[in-house]
Write a protein that binds this ligand. Structure first.
Ligand SMILES: [Zn+2]
Length: 358
């Protein structure tokens, strides 16, 4: 076991008997499977954890388990009309609220910088106040719950205080702490953790991904099974990711390449490609973190394990203090960009703080 694989017990406890098609998250699945099977369901659950970890998949599976037409012990069967319509997002008793569904219903294109509005929550409240159309339950899934506006939280609180008896709310958030206490205290917590890398790699292999590639994807996605499956299914994204890692390594190996790349990133940032630049900085952060792990001798937890030789050569030429300097400068740059500092100054400064290769 390594520092990056803290929870193998969760991923490997295979004692459950329910048919839920969820990889890992055994504690959460046990809780929810028992609740849906017995009908002893809380009115609201708060599913938390990092993005790409399977939070929405779990919420959707709860909706299937509640609405499935099969015998209780076989729910969710995945085959009945209810299960299939929930999976396709067209079941009349399931509402999904996200910034994307809100933007689509308002016929706007930009979901990124908006919050979920009070109108959206009011509409949801009106829908879930009605008796279910088909099944015993109405299910509402709110993704990115931390993105509700203050008014929207107040409106949601009214439903949480007096929920119709047939309503189950499934709130998804990165951290419980990002929600108001009044909301949080009325939800049953369902915290999810990243899976162990070995569990992610095993699942990818089971789905036919070659073993070496499965290991690489499991490392890159740091135990986030949703991201891992998406990456494995998208050869183009995998190639882009690998090209971005090469570009990052070249930056760290050569100060000249780093300065030129910093200028390109600053230009891209100014042209509005903020997400792409932040992803590249995030990836650089991962490379510096790997260098620190190599320098400290705990390299099993590396993210870019397939670049071990190149990274090890760099790590050998620096002291731990120098590597730490590279890591903190990169971290600082990400923070400064978020605070709207001048991208060119921030990125130039970042690469100038990095240690010089010897
Ligand atoms: Zn079913």
């Amino acid at each position: 076991m390594t520092a990056a694989d803290p929870a193998p017990a969760e991923a490997h406890s295979g004692t459950t008997t329910h048919p839920w098609p969820i990889v890992g998250h055994a504690v959460a699945v046990d809780l929810l499977a028992r609740a849906t099977r017995t009908g002893q369901v809380a009115h609201a659950y708060l599913i938390t954890g990092p993005e790409g970890i399977g939070r929405f998949t779990l919420a959707r599976t709860v909706a299937q388990a509640l609405l499935c037409a099969a015998a209780p012990e076989r729910r969710p069967c995945g085959d009945c009309s209810a299960c299939q319509r929930v999976a396709r997002g067209v079941h009349p008793d399931v509402s999904v609220i996200s910034r994307e569904t809100q933007a689509a219903s308002e016929e706007r294109g930009d979901a990124k910088h908006t919050r979920i509005s009070i109108e959206t929550i009011r509409n949801l409240r009106a829908t879930i106040a009605l008796r279910p159309m088909e099944g015993r339950w109405r299910v509402a899934i709110i993704t990115e719950s931390e993105r509700l506006s203050r008014d929207a939280f107040d409106a949601l609180l009214k439903t949480l205080e007096e929920p119709p008896p047939f309503v189950v709310l499934l709130l998804i958030a990165t951290e419980a702490e990002a929600l108001p206490d009044t909301i949080r205290s009325r939800c049953q917590p369902v915290p999810l953790e990243p899976l162990s890398r070995s569990a992610v790699a095993a699942e990818l292999t089971r789905r036919g991904v070659p073993a070496a590639q499965a290991t690489t994807i499991a490392s890159l996605t740091r135990g986030r099974i949703g991201h891992a499956l998406a990456l494995a299914a998208d050869p183009e994204a995998l190639q882009e990711q690998s090209a971005a890692v090469q570009a990052g390594l070249e930056m760290i190996e050569s100060p000249l390449a780093a300065l030129a790349a910093a200028r390109r990133l600053a230009d891209a940032y100014r042209r509005g490609q903020r997400d792409a630049v932040e992803r590249q900085l995030d990836l650089l952060l991962g490379l510096w973190r790997d260098l620190l792990l190599l320098a400290g001798g705990c390299d099993e937890a590396m993210v870019n394990a397939d670049q071990r030789d190149r990274l090890a050569a760099l790590a050998r030429s620096w002291s731990i203090a120098e590597v730490l300097c590279g890591l903190t400068a990169t971290y600082q740059a990400l923070g400064d960009l978020a605070l709207n500092a001048q991208p060119r100054l921030v990125l130039d400064h970042m690469v100038m703080q990095w240690p010089q290769p010897r």
